[in-house]
Design a protein around this ligand. Sequence first.
Ligand code: URP
Ligand code: ZN
Length: 459
Amino acid sequence: MRILIRGGTVVTATDMASADVLIEGERIQAIGTGFDDADTVIDATDRYVMPGGVDVHTHMELPLAGTFASDDFATGTAAAAWGGTTTIIDFAVQERGESLSAGLDRWLAKAAPKSHIDYGMHLIVREINEAILREMDAMIERGVPSFKLFMAYPGVNMVDDASIFRGLSRTADNGGLIMIHAENGGVIDVLVQRYLAAGKTAPVDHALTMPASMEGEATHRAIALAELARAPVYIAHLSSRDGLDAVREGRDRGVPVYAETCPQYLYLSLSDLDRPGFDGAKFVCSPPLRPADHQADLWRGLMTDDLQVVSTDHCPFDFKDQKALGKGDFSAIPNGLPGVEDRFTLLWDGGVGQGRISPMRFVELIATAPARMFGLAPRKGTLTPGSDADIVIFNPNTERTVSASSHHMRVDYSCYEGRRVRGVPEVVMQRGVVLVRDGHFYGKQGAGQFLRRSTFSPA
Ligand code: URP
Ligand code: ZN
């Protein structure tokens, strides 16, 4: 089966040119002009032709705060495809006392029968000991070379500095990558107890107990540990100027530190948490939303490459029945926001649409750099002969309104309700198969493949 995408502007992280894309089976065969024999021709006139998005931070079906993230691998990956994302990397969780391989097997069993798009896994590691360190090597053999460690959530996920240093030292040897949730969990816990004791229980108080300075402190500490271990480190969901300053300082002195931010930190702010009544709970996530003046710094970080990736940290909970668990106690609100469907258009609209970044930089942030760092290149994240035909045909001129009434994520609200944005992924293909075309979904549950990833490469 040969498919020809004709007449569009092909955009990669390095080039942008009028060209046609010839697909043979699951792969891109050629990019150029003058191809004439194809079984199907898709017209891309006045459209951008870009690699499918790679979202390296999602949490489908995550158990949290006595409930589960409301999207499973079926609904969440369908929503991802609607939004132009064709690859996710989700987080398998190691239960305490459990082996890493048991945690991974559990997550793969959830994903395999349901996923519409290709997926990889990271591992959330909740304790470090000799056996776990050895198992990290085994996980790399199984195509899972990235491990998330938490400096926050004492008693739940947090590991101490010695454990982080031991984990980093292991990846310095085995080629893996440690991802860090960088917030000072001990201090935050003290503040949470103080706020609750003082009767400050509203959604906005969740954010006020997690000050940006404690993200800056933890990010700085994580980078110092990585420097000592001579290992690369990846700061997950960076939310603040304070965290960004620490990353920039580290990079300026040559430490291989990398960081992602997420659309919620570019578009939403503390004032959303302070909406009337309990509405602010819709915006409770960790790290929290910051005062709006942090946003310009984060956009600058994306422009200057101090931030290399935009992911979503997609972790949705229904407002009505799930966020409501925290009425009267912000510490019981399930943390997390929906976003896997919105990332592509939001970053285009605020980034390219506002003249902050070029279409090529957009592709780098949304697909190429995450694919490269997380061991998926050149199969994913770019358009080149031999790479998977994961392709988005994007119409930059269509204006639309983001809304829970039209999105496909299984969650009863949108953080961006009513926002007007320009740009829509009109055709989304995975390995040569059309998943979305002109408002229709053709994907199949279970068609997504598990991606065995190779070890870390610098962005
Ligand atoms: O609030 C968030 N980010 N929830 C998802 C789980 C996590 O901590 O990443
Ligand atoms: Zn997360």
